[in-house]
Ligand binder design. Structure first.
Ligand code: SDX
Length: 431
């Protein structure tokens, strides 16, 4: 924690409490309220944590006004263009861009852990074929703690490292297995001769009956999508992983908790919800009807893929994703894609509409990703599992950072209690 040079004075009820302040390397200063309850006998109130820094972190920085996203200081646009997902994983986990040797070693370690324990195949048999792949992923990733007993001790740095590599390596395999199981096709084993992204495409789309050659452009687009989703500061699912980890739960259970939280349509589930919305709109001439619904306070409908808790300007990931969508659809020879046309026209109209401008609602990472994933052959049900496997490295990096934080303790928020004050039990005969 940077040494505090400033203090904030909180004055109320004839009390005056001096609270230390801390300055970040970039971004807002923070007021350290850790002693507030002890000294002032009051809580702060911030449901949704819109004004709360829950931890100190050196991994990812977001500037919502400037539309900036940095992984360990490097802009997402540069990483999406010049880096690779496994290089980004190494950066997020260890803090620096790896040398050629370090990267090669990391790629080998991940590659050598992509298979899952053969017994885990039986786990899938317990699910209905039409289970949502996110339901399967939550179950099977959580069940990893029933298999990998040699990497459960969070106090052992080497076991934490092994668990991190296993999770990064195996979540694509589990996601692909969930997909294959849902379409009644046999599981496809990982291949060590393929890159991380190509291997995922191969596990999803190859069948034993014939050879499957991964299109290198699609593998590059897949790798870029993984990179764009890798981490994102203290979002809901990352905060879930940190809170679960603060109790000492094992890493597999913590990541399963993160997957469960990501599933929500307000969070990672928005990519599926967005494509379903674009399909429901169907044609450009129906856009005004949906814009009106999104603005209607009495209508719960929201434009999925629009808005963000932090970005009050464009989401830099959406810009990269939009460029990638044009590239992938062009490569696949998909021109007049009605969904993409609706998406681009919806974006244009919304960004000119006073309601969206005044509320600073812009397309987020989920707005264009579904269009690319659908063009690549994925069903909408696989969109959030792909987000989950991409975000596993961010969850793990944040979890490791939290475990290593000497100030870390179990997370335990308080509340503003508005329920009944104490009262005596009344016998049922007298109620
Ligand atoms: C992700 O946190 C992260 O970093 C998440 C993420 C990551 O990488 O981890 O970036 C991934 O989750 C991206 C967001 C995906 N979700 C969606 O696309 C779902 C649609 N978006 C909304 O549900 C909403 O914008 C949120 C949940 C994303 C953000 O909500 P906020 O910041 O809490 O804002 P809010 O709900 O308080 O809304 C503020 C106003 C409200 O109007 P008023 O009550 O002030 O009149 O804006 C309106 C909302 O009604 N509004 C929308 C809207 N989003 C907000 N109106 C129409 N359509 C929308 N999409």
């Amino acid at each position: 924690m940077p040494e505090s040079k400033m203090t904030a004075t909180l004055t109320f009820d004839n009390k005056s409490i001096q609270l230390p302040m801390h300055s970040p390397s970039v971004g807002p200063d923070v007021i350290d309220i850790r002693k507030l309850y002890a000294e002032g006998d009051v809580f702060t109130y911030d449901p949704g944590f819109t004004s709360t820094a829950a931890c100190e972190s050196a991994i990812t920085y977001i500037d919502g006004d400037k539309g900036e996203l940095l992984y360990r200081g490097y802009p997402i646009e540069q990483l999406a263009e010049k880096s690779s997902y496994l290089e980004v994983c190494n950066l997020l986990l260890y803090g620096e861009l790896p040398t050629e040797t370090q990267l090669r070693d990391f790629v080998v370690r991940v590659t050598m852990h992509t298979m899952v324990h053969e017994q885990m195949h039986y786990f899938f048999r317990g699910f209905r074929r039409d289970s949502h792949p996110m339901a399967t992923m939550v179950g099977v990733v959580g069940a990893m703690s029933a298999f990998y007993h040699d990497s459960l001790d969070i106090n052992d740095e080497w076991q934490r490292e092994v668990a991190a590599i296993r999770l990064i390596a195996k979540t694509p395999t589990i996601a692909a297995m969930a997909y294959k199981y849902s379409i009644g096709q046999p599981f496809v084993y990982p291949r060590n001769d393929l890159s991380y992204a190509a291997n995922f495409l191969h596990m999803c789309f190859s069948v034993p009956a014939e050879p499957y050659h991964v299109n290198p452009i699609l593998a590059k687009a897949m790798d870029r999508i993984f990179t764009l989703h890798a981490d994102h500061e203290q979002n809901a699912s990352t905060s879930t992983v940190r809170l679960a980890g603060s109790s000492g739960a094992n890493p597999f259970a913590c990541i399963a908790a993160g997957i469960a939280c990501l599933w929500g349509p307000a969070h990672g589930g928005a990519n599926q919800a967005c494509l379903e919305m674009l399909r429901e709109i169907g044609t450009v001439d129906r856009i005004p009807e949906y814009i009106a619904r999104a603005k209607d306070k009495n209508d719960p409908f929201r434009l999925m893929g629009f808005g963000h808790r932090v970005y009050k300007n464009f989401d830099p990931r959406a810009k990269v994703m939009k460029e990638s969508a044009d590239e992938v659809l062009d490569l696949l020879g998909i021109h007049n894609n009605e969904t993409l046309k609706v998406a681009k026209e919806l974006e244009r109209i919304a960004l000119e509409d006073e309601y969206f401008v005044s509320k600073k609602l812009y397309p987020n990472v989920d707005f264009y990703s579904g269009i690319i994933l659908e063009a690549m052959g994925f069903p909408t049900s696989m969109f959030t599992p792909i987000f989950a496997l991409s975000r596993t490295v961010g969850w793990i990096a944040q979890w490791k950072e939290m475990i290593a934080d000497k100030d870390q303790k179990i997370g335990r928020p308080r509340q503003l209690y508005v329920g009944a004050t104490q009262r005596d039990y009344v016998d049922i005969a007298k109620r």
